[in-house]
Ligand binder design. Sequence first.
Ligand SMILES: Nc1ncnc2c1ncn2[C@@H]1O[C@H](COP(=O)(O)OP(=O)(O)OP(=O)(O)O)[C@@H](O)[C@H]1O
Ligand SMILES: [Mg+2]
Length: 618
Amino acid sequence: MNLAICGLWQDERCRCRFRYPQYCYRRCAKSWCRCCKSCLGAQRTQSGYADHADRSQTKCQIELHRTCSHSLTAASSLKLRRSLVGFGPKSRYLGEPAKTQEISNLKNTVGSLKRLAGRSLNDPDIQIEKDYVSAHLVDVKGQVGAEVTYLGNKESFSATQLVSMFFNKIKATASAELKLPVSDIVISVPPWFTDVQRRSILDAAEIAGLKLLRLINDTTATALGYGITKLDLPTAEEKPRRVAFVDIGHSNYTCSIVEFKKGELAVKSTAYDRHFGGRNFDKALVDHFAKEFKEKYKIDITTNSKAMVRVAAAAEKMKKILSANAQAPINIESLMNDVDASGMLKREELEELVKPLLERATGPLEQALAEAKLKVEDIDAVEMVGGCTRVPSLKERISKFFGKQLSFTLNQDEAVARGCAFSCAILSPVFRVRDFSIHDIVNYPIEFNWEQSPDIPDEDTSLTVFNKGNVMPSTKILTFYRKQPFDLEARYAKPDMLPGKTNPWIGRFSVKGVKADSKDDFMICKLKARLNLHGVLNLESGYYVEDIEVEEPIPEEKEAEKKEGDKKEGDKKEGDVSPPIFPTFLRLILPMTLWLLRGHENISRDSSNMLTTAVSKT
Ligand SMILES: Nc1ncnc2c1ncn2[C@@H]1O[C@H](COP(=O)(O)OP(=O)(O)OP(=O)(O)O)[C@@H](O)[C@H]1O
Ligand SMILES: [Mg+2]
């Protein structure tokens, strides 16, 4: 997960009392003001800070960006290297301090935060995650969480709470660096995140006191970072530039095919392997050395969790060395039972160990091309991001698949984070960034089901409203003809496509206040279903439409005018007298009450106050 925070100058005012004075990007002037243009005078440079944090599987990175004349320039970046939350007898450790404490505090350190958020304990994906999380995972009110000892007491925290603790750390780090309060944020998540996972991140941001401007998909953020800086994109009439973004990180492999035109990007397809990344390479190495050390030193590291963590850290180092060298050593002092363990591995041996994994390497690429209905020849460039794309055997396979040289023009570690920062700057009112529209796609089809109306026996009771590949964000109006209140349910149409055993149910909505009209006719109920910027579904509002025929007398002056007009035309239409009264239709649009019930919680909400009542004449 990556995120961007945007620093606003909420409490600061210029001498002219304009609310948000801007800062010179070189920090040479104290400040300048958009209103009185003090300090930098006539030069209309707009500058400010977008503070951006990349919080992904292994590490978290906060980048500080400043805008200046329509462009974002990276100013500095802070790396919180580890997305870990640790608990101790006296305090909490977040990020790097948690990593430092990890080996001595294994049972109270929780990682894999983003992969836990919004999942349930019995999900098969969580069973896989248990191999990578040292803390004891438990059920916390239907959601997976961790049981830890904190301040001397046994406590259970849900994944959402753990994520929010980490967000707090990011917020504090960014504020400390900027010496400004930060509030607005853009967070990136893997494209395979479902409604409940996205809501969990939204909740975590809210708990941390951050205003989430957008939840953006990882590869979409990368594509934004790529497109917004390119000045040579084709115009609307030309053939779009098609780029495949391949992101292989610590635990995820994603491929998105994106079409670029001047000022816009459209995601054509996104395919992924949720269990493919650097940690699978590390695990293969750990298993190999566990066997080797058992034979060589007669120690079984699988029985000692500290030894396992130490070997995993050494294996990761070894893997990185093997990306640039033919062979690498492993040396661990006093690994177990006072034994100093050492070994050596060649790159070919590593490739042999991860052979089954490498065979899966082209799967997401094939799927992405098939879903975009394109061939390899149609792809103009293959952009590689993510730490694991440094592995030579992966690079070779991907290059062979596309039949072209791979492109490494983006910063492999920071591309997603930078894309988030651009998105944050676009959405924030404080910045002026070149307009760039983003058309993402729906990854899982969503259907609505409803009770059949007793008055319409042949009525369908379900409809897929958002199909896979539909543009996101998007709004659809659902029309119902009803004489009584009714309920409808939103759910994912194809549960097998969802990660693990995610409950396909999204929410239940009750539409109240429906009744037959004065002529015992159906009421026309219109419901606005929206898949918003975050990729979260909501029935935003509802209204019913009523057409009423009324007779409206013509005002006297109008009647006189009308008669005069008739006189002028009198030669043509003699004796034609217009009626003094004619019918008018009044269309009444009235608000509707929606009761919303969703996911694991039961939220009951009267949204009528959000709706507008309008009476319009047609
Ligand atoms: N030179 C290298 N050779 C091989 N692997 C590397 C190299 N550098 C980094 N990695 C691996 O890349 C992974 C981290 O990549 P990245 O930072 O993109 O992941 P992430 O964004 O944290 O994870 P994800 O996107 O899966 O949630 C780690 O497994 C790391 O060991
Ligand atoms: Mg990543």
